[in-house]
Design a binder for this molecule. Structure first.
Ligand code: SF4
Length: 244
């Protein structure tokens, strides 16, 4: 996969020159870092360390971090272990449904390099090839103390403006999409309009569109409304599948 060389804006370069605007930006970042809704996508064994991290002994909520059940209101996506290729599709769909700014934490060594599944044909090895990971918490599995320390680190990075993986996703979308297509096939598509969002946030750049987004446009099919069928009572009995 060809790496796209895009100049990276440092957090210092992104700071506005107007002192009042800078104070305002700092206040916004401070508030954002102290009130985070976390969507925990429990993909592997590392998820087992989350209940103790959330409950009374370690009590993650005192840091302003609270579990959230829907991607629409979540700020952090937590991937808690190995990710199979099928699951990775769902993880990407979930990430793209979250509103920006959004942050990704990879928990467990399996998200860093595949861990003990590094030879598996069915597992994605390196999460940051497909999604912008802001922070990894390595370990097999990391203890709740390590999870909390990682959260604190993310809070610091949000406050200083360094947690900008979501901006990278818009700026280098073609590269991320290329890796996704390599794994899932040329007809891979999601409902999100990532290029439109990149323009909305003024983050569209030379790496946003390219050969892979062109391929997406060629293969893209209009999304069909989902249909749900119910089979109740009589017809089930007719087929001899009654559970009564
Ligand atoms: S790093 Fe260890 S604990 Fe975590 S998902 Fe992989 S095998 Fe499981």
């Amino acid at each position: 996969m060809k790496e796209i060389d895009i100049p990276i804006e440092t957090s210092a370069a992104k700071r506005r020159t107007n002192p009042l605007a800078r104070v305002f930006d700092e206040l916004v970042r401070f508030c954002r870092s102290r009130s985070m809704f976390m969507l925990h996508y429990c993909t592997g064994c590392g998820a087992i360390e989350l209940p103790p991290a959330m409950t009374s002994r370690f009590d993650m909520e005192r840091l302003g971090i609270q579990p959230m059940v829907t991607p629409r209101q979540a700020d952090i996506l937590l991937i808690t272990g190995y990710v199979s290729i099928k699951t990775l599709k769902r993880v990407i769909l979930t990430y793209e449904q979250m509103g920006s700014p959004k942050y990704v934490i990879g928990i467990c060594s399996c998200t860093v390099n595949g861990g003990m599944y590094w030879q598996s044909y069915a597992t994605a090895k390196q999460l940051d090839q497909y999604l912008p990971v802001d922070l990894y918490i390595a370990g097999c599995m990391p203890r709740p103390e390590a999870v909390l320390e990682g959260m604190r680190k993310l809070m610091d990075r949000i406050r200083s403006g360094e947690a900008d993986g979501w901006e990278d996703y818009y700026r280098r979308y073609d590269w991320y999409l290329g890796n996704q297509q390599h794994l899932f096939g040329d007809d891979w598509q999601t409902p999100a309009d990532v290029i439109g969002e990149a323009s909305h946030y003024d983050l569209a750049g030379p790496g946003t569109e390219g050969e892979h987004t062109r391929l997406l446009q060629q293969c893209q099919k209009p999304l069909e409304p989902q249909q749900t069928f119910f089979q109740i009572g009589g017809s089930l009995e007719k087929k001899g599948e009654s559970h009564e």
